[in-house]
Structures are given as C-alpha cells and as structure tokens.
Design a protein around this ligand. Structure first.
Ligand SMILES: NC(=O)c1ccc[n+]([C@@H]2O[C@H](COP(=O)([O-])OP(=O)(O)OC[C@H]3O[C@@H](n4cnc5c(N)ncnc54)[C@H](OP(=O)(O)O)[C@@H]3O)[C@@H](O)[C@H]2O)c1
Length: 250
C-alpha cells in the first residue's frame, strides 16, 4: 500500500494522531491536519521519528480559507487524495449533563461549526482530489452517541445519557455520511462513519476505557476497505454487543 496519500483532520493528538501513525505504518504518506502550527509540527516530528512519512498541513476545519488553502496544497504537492479522515471534533455542553432544556443555541452553533459544518467544508473542498484517486475512502469519525437507535434503546448501555449538543452533532454527521455515500455510490469512493468506542483522550478528560490507538483501529479499517467493502455504514466498537467490531444501527 505505498504511494497513497491520507489527510487526517485534528491529527496532532488523540485518535487522529494514532490514526496518522497507523496509516503511516501501512506505508501511506500522512498529511497531519492541525489548527495550531506548533502542535502540528510537533506531531509531524514525532511521527517522522517513528518512521512515518508525515507532513504537517495547517487546517482549521471551521475556517473556510484554511480549508481551501489545505486543499490547494494537497493538489499542488500530490494531485490527488486517497484517504480523508474527518477526525477533528470537540465536546461542548451547557450545564453538567447537556440536557435539552439547558442547551443554548450558541453552544450548538459552536459545536456544529466543528463537528458538522467543518466536515462538509473539508469534504467538499477535497472531493475533487478524492475523485482523482483510484479508490478513495472517506472516514467520518462519529460516535455511538450519534445513533438514535442506540441512545433510545431502554436496554442499552447509553439509555441514561440525555445530552443534546455532542450526540446531536454526531447524529447529523451520521446522516451526512449516509447521504455522501449515496451520492457517491456509482464511484469507487466509499464513505463510512467510525465509532471508535470510549477512548481515553483529552476530549473526555482521558476517562475512556479504550486507548486512542484502539479507537484509531476503527478509522484505519474503514480507510483501507477493499473494493468490495461497504459504504454508508456506522461501523466500529459495539459496546452493547460485548465489545467486538461491527455495524451499529443509525
Ligand atoms: N475519545 C472518545 O471516546 C471518542 C469517542 C467517539 C468519538 N470520538 C471522536 O473522535 C474524534 C477525535 O477525538 P479525540 O478523542 O481524539 O479528541 P482529542 O484528543 O481532543 O483530539 C481532537 C482533535 O481535534 C482537533 N480539533 C478541534 N477543533 C478543530 C478545528 N476547528 N480544526 C482542526 N482541528 C480541530 C484538536 O486540535 P487541538 O489540539 O488544536 O485542540 C485535536 O487534534 C472526534 O471527532 C471525537 O468526537 C471520540
């Protein structure tokens, strides 16, 4: 799997960094998308020290100019993109639990700028380059908390969670995934949503019971799907099914 080029957003730490390391380990050139130059260069260096062909790309997914500049850079240097991992994400909530009745529109707007609108901005800017690759893969890093079926299952592990901002942003991301997959169904491009499972990263105060490397495995599997692999799925860690990997309900 040499000569493939992968762009990962939010790749300077957490699951995105681990995804860059693993895709780099497969021989891909990894473009380390990061909004902060110092953090991006530090990640680039750490990956290179580990033998990965890593290149820092300045990329703030909420800044259309930054996204356009990144796309221009990828086109100029590589002429195409084989893998896009929309990994950058944030958590915000009003009050301790993010209850619907306590949620402000201002919080939703800020959160959606990154978790939802950012994905559309990045994907649409890179799609012309993804179309130029022989068989591109798009991975949207989502979550089981974005599954309406999982969140409303009275027998499921997440039934007690009643938060609106982050889960609804991932529910929107799930729909984006399904619709991009449908639009692109007659192309070699596959679009899937990844569920990394609850991983210990800065996103959750390092409280998760899985590692970032384990979470990244899910993105890597979807980024390297064979030609007969699926498109338009939410796939990954299945808490309610005992911890294996598989398809999750929307
Ligand atoms: N950890 C979990 O349990 C878990 C579970 C399910 C899904 N996820 C998803 O996995 C993805 C990665 O999260 P993580 O757990 O690895 O969290 P993390 O360690 O906090 O990493 C998030 C990354 O996103 C970047 N980012 C945030 N806003 C950005 C922006 N506007 N433009 C570009 N990059 C931006 C951050 O950059 P800075 O360093 O500059 O802030 C950081 O590199 C997210 O989409 C998250 O929702 C995580």
């Amino acid at each position: 799997m040499t000569n493939m080029v992968a762009l990962i957003t939010g790749a300077n730490k957490g699951i995105g960094f681990a995804t860059a390391r693993q895709l780099g380990g497969l021989g891909m050139t990894v473009l380390v998308g990061a909004r902060d130059a110092e953090r991006g260069r530090a990640a680039q260096q750490e990956l290179r020290d580990g033998g990965v062909d890593a290149v820092f790309v300045p990329l703030d997914v909420t800044d259309a100019g930054s996204v356009a500049a990144a796309a221009k850079l990828v086109e100029a240097e590589y002429g195409r993109l084989d893998v896009l991992v929309n990994n950058a994400g944030i958590v915000l909530a009003d009050g301790a639990r993010g209850l619907p009745s306590e949620t402000t529109v201002a919080t939703l707007r800020r959160l959606y700028e990154t978790n939802v609108f950012g994905v559309v901005t990045v994907t649409n800017a890179l799609l012309p380059l993804l179309r130029r690759a022989p068989a591109a893969r798009i991975v949207n890093v989502s979550s089981e908390v974005g599954s309406i079926a999982v969140m409303t299952d009275p027998n499921g592990a997440l039934f007690e969670l009643t938060s609106v901002p982050y889960p609804s942003s991932k529910a929107a991301l799930n729909m984006l995934t399904a619709m991009y997959a449908k639009e692109l169904r007659d192309t070699p491009i596959k679009v899937n949503a990844a569920n990394p499972g609850y991983c210990a990263t800065d996103l959750n105060g390092n409280g998760g019971f899985r590692t970032a490397e384990q979470g990244a495995e899910v993105s890597v599997r979807l980024a390297t799907l064979p030609a007969d692999g699926p498109s338009g799925l939410l796939w990954g860690f299945q808490m309610d099914a005992g911890g294996g990997y598989g398809v999750l309900p929307w």
